[in-house]
Design a protein. Sequence first.
Length: 104
Amino acid sequence: MDRWGVRNILAITGDRRPSATIRNQRVYEVDSVGLVKVLRRLNQGTDWAGKTLGGATNFTIGVAVNPVADDLDNEIERFHAKVEAGAHFAMTQPLFDPDTGTRS
């Protein structure tokens, strides 16, 4: 199933849009943890419902993690959930040392 050459996917939930612009759109039915689960199943050759597909994908699944989140305990808990769901790697925004102004 490498028809389009997609090998790596960064599964993120994204930012919420103001409710006035959504107008009955259900944009958060699947969060990043759920998307990782879907991708893992595709890698196993099944769809979300467990139906066998004609082949399997071979995605490397990435997730985002925020090491400076306001609620770091929750962020760590969500990161563990992403790993348990099947994430292969994590990405963060660049971190800077405020004392030197350089990247850490």
